[in-house]
Design a protein around this ligand. Sequence first.
Ligand code: B12
Length: 227
Amino acid sequence: MGHEDHAWKGVGQMEGKERSSDRLSDMLSELREKEVLEMVRNALEEKVNPLSLVEELREGMAEVGRRFERKDYFRSELIMSAEIFKEAIVLIEPHLAAGQGENKGDIVIGTVKGDIHDIGKNIVATLLRCSGYRVHDLGVDVPPEAFVTKLLETNARLLGLSGLLTLAFDSMKETVCKVEQAGLRDRVKVIIGGGPVNEKVVEYTGADAFGKDAAQAVELARLYLEG
Ligand code: B12
């Protein structure tokens, strides 16, 4: 892609101005919308790796979550942060390498039942598409049966489940169970992801693997669909 991977030193700094922080993640967690967008624009112009920008923005969202937990922020701040994140992603998306029109494999993806967080899932879907996979995104709050129906319809061999709420773990487990009951488990690999997902959750849900970010989702797709 020709992007530089070296550490990125505060592109967009404004000399002489009093600012609490020049870090993109801090700007987002402090809901400084205009500055976030300005910095993203500048960074993209300077050919900063777009994925490193996504990663910084994700850090900012994690801080928003911590503030929400401490009751420094409320639901309105969560919504605001999500809006800023989405605006930034609109700027970043065109800079992610486009797929060559080939289809390296079908993937069904969605946020599981009871959970409506979709920012991370959307990034994963976008990056998978950019990497040449045909992604069938079922959206949010997706019941287990809908995943099974789509797997049967598309013959996809990879299922991606996203969830950020603790209760999503049970929905993931239920979904894996339904895939098994439909007789598909032998040919369908299940990968999971979302804030709190880790190896323990993989065990609990009966999935095959988890990915901590969109780049790992692509690695897993490569492993399971091409490897
Ligand atoms: C923004 C946000 C919201 C927005 C969501 C907007 C949207 N369209 O998604 C709104 C305001 C709607 C919201 C609502 C709620 N939220 Co909320 N929210 C967040 C917040 C601040 C950021 C989430 C986010 O977008 N992160 C940025 C993305 C890029 O990161 P990500 O999702 O982790 O995705 C990356 C990876 O995880 C991975 N990945 C993601 N999916 C997948 C899938 C696969 C297959 C793979 C391989 C990888 C992968 O790749 C992604 C890209 O790098 C988090 C805090 C946090 N720590 O995450 C709380 C948080 C998730 N929310 C929380 C809560 C409690 C709620 C509410 C219940 C609040 C309320 N009282 O109404 C509701 C729940 C609604 C519901 N039923 O789902 C809690 C969950 C606590 C828990 N343990 O269950 C958190 C952790 C905040 C907190 N610390 O308390 N929320």
